[in-house]
Design a protein around this ligand. Structure first.
Ligand SMILES: [Zn+2]
Length: 131
């Protein structure tokens, strides 16, 4: 009786991931980066430089501080970085800046209190400051 189920190697096999649908923008950018050999980013990331839509080749340059848009021409979310050289680091990814970032889902652990009602302060007896 051989009823071993066929081993699955996850969704990254050839053809298993479909034709680009259902991927997250990040996965799409990684995929495009592999395909094009260019650093790729996706809409919503805050990076500077010249970018080209991976679908229709429209070129854009986001304003300083602006995020990558969805391609105004074809709706693509993935952009290839066209300037060459160093790969730009999207703001808020490598160097966390204390700017207005959407708070991630943080689960508050019970029992951790910063200002409890009674702080354990140990006062040592017998310590006297004498002139
Ligand atoms: Zn486009």
């Amino acid at each position: 009786m051989s009823s071993m189920p066929p081993q699955r190697r996850g969704p990254s096999g050839p053809g298993a991931a479909g034709s680009g649908r259902g991927m997250s923008p990040q996965q799409g950018a990684q995929e495009a980066e592999r395909r094009l050999g260019l650093p790729c980013f996706f809409a919503g990331q805050r990076v500077q430089g010249m970018f080209g839509c991976v679908a229709c080749q429209l070129q854009i340059r986001p304003r300083a501080g602006a995020t990558l848009p969805v391609c105004p021409q074809c709706g693509e979310m993935i952009w290839a970085y066209l300037e060459g050289g160093e790969r730009p680091v999207p703001e808020g990814e490598a160097a966390p800046l204390p700017t207005e970032q959407p708070a991630p889902d943080v689960s508050v652990t019970d029992g951790v209190k910063l200002d409890g009602p009674s702080r354990p302060v140990s006062v040592e007896d017998g310590v006297k400051l004498q002139p």
